[in-house]
Design a binder for this molecule. Structure first.
Ligand code: IPM
Ligand code: MN
Length: 351
């Protein structure tokens, strides 16, 4: 197969982790006789510095034409500490999600056999966890009306959802559940928020189309607790943009490190693959960041092109690196810490 992939390294550790995912993907392509053409493009603070905006039109062109997008990370402390900055790197990511129509963010949570004891949570609670948080990505409070009033002394952000936005996400959730554990949990705050009541109403109306899926409804505050208390109780969770953002960081604790969690963002056309972690500016340029979340995001990419063996080869080599202790400092615990690039080289060779 021939794949044209847009490569958006972004900021901070983005370029370093992306390099490793490219190495590993190229090794897989070679082994299974595929051809990958990578087209790099600018985004984030790097793009602001070069052309004044975080998701330039040229970058959008590259993404829209590609078969898929592999993305590193976005964000720079220079902007975090300046709330008045008009142009921010994160706007690039949001604009990209919106312009590419990436409404469904798939964030799987699973455990790695060799890391179960690295999690701060007890082994018996988390071992065997296998759930997906399907986060709505182009609506809600991230994209609702916002502003300031009263000479800047009042600020507001609105959570707006339209029925079709909920329905298309829920449909993906139902379809995923059918192929997995056949359970779907709609996570909201319907005891308080009108937008959440529309979520419930919409999902309830769809239940009869999927008689084989067991549907439940839970409040997000309760899920924040249950998710780490008994993650094995969940199969597919569907939830609004902001709730999903928060719950997926929390869920990463189950697998042992933020540096391990991949994701995909799906729409109707081109899909995007990215680690769920941020740009980790403190580590930028030091060759110490964990590249596995990005490498595993590449595995999700292969899987979505129906290249299952290829995806499995990546997952297997990642498991092997963890089992053999070929890991970066976030996971090395006193034993030898490998560099980001060394982990990438090792994975590529062992593919
Ligand atoms: C994520 C990130 C982004 C988000 C930021 C960087 C805009 O936290 O992908 O989870 O909030 O969606
Ligand atoms: Mn986040």
């Amino acid at each position: 197969m021939k794949l044209n992939i847009a490569l958006l390294a972004g900021d901070g550790i983005g370029p370093e982790v992306i390099d490793q995912a490219v190495k590993v993907s190229d090794a897989v392509a070679k082994k299974f006789n595929h051809e990958i053409n990578w087209t790099p493009a600018l985004t984030g603070a790097a793009a602001i510095d070069a052309v004044g905006e975080p998701y330039p039109d040229e970058t959008h062109e590259v993404c829209a034409k590609a078969d898929a997008v592999l993305f590193g990370a976005i964000g720079h402390p220079r902007f975090d500490n300046d709330p008045s900055a008009k142009v921010r790197p994160e706007q690039g990511l949001l604009k990209m999600r919106q312009k590419l129509g990436l409404f469904a963010n798939v964030r799987p949570t699973f455990t790695f056999p060799s890391l179960v004891d690295k999690s701060p949570l007890k082994r018996e609670r988390i071992e065997g966890t296998d759930l997906i948080i399907l986060r709505e990505l182009t609506g809600g409070v991230y994209f609702g009306e916002r502003g300031r009033k009263d000479n800047g002394n009042t600020a507001f952000d609105t959570m707006t959802y339209q029925r079709f936005e909920i329905e298309r996400l829920a449909r993906k959730g139902f379809e995923m559940a059918l192929k997995r554990g056949k359970k779907l949990c709609c996570v909201d705050k319907a005891n308080v928020l009108e937008a959440s009541r529309l979520w419930r109403e919409t999902v309830q109306a769809m239940e009869k189309e999927y008689p084989d899926v067991e549907v439940s409804y839970e409040f997000v505050d309760a899920v924040a607790m249950r998710l780490i208390q008994w993650p094995k109780g969940y199969d597919v969770i569907i939830t609004a943009n902001l709730f999903g953002d928060i719950l997926t960081d929390e869920a990463s604790v189950i697998s042992g490190s933020m540096g391990l969690m991949p994701s995909s963002s799906l729409g109707s056309d081109v899909s995007l693959y990215e680690p769920i972690h941020g740009s980790y500016p403190q580590a930028a340029g030091k060759d110490i960041a964990n590249p596995l979340a990005t490498v595993l995001s590449a595995a999700m990419l292969f899987e979505d092109f129906n290249l299952k063996e290829e995806a499995e080869a990546i997952r297997a080599v990642v498991n092997k690196s963890l089992a053999e202790g070929v890991v970066t400092e976030d996971l090395s615990e006193g034993s030898k810490a490998y560099k980001t690039s060394e982990v990438g080289d090792w994975l590529a060779v062992n593919i």
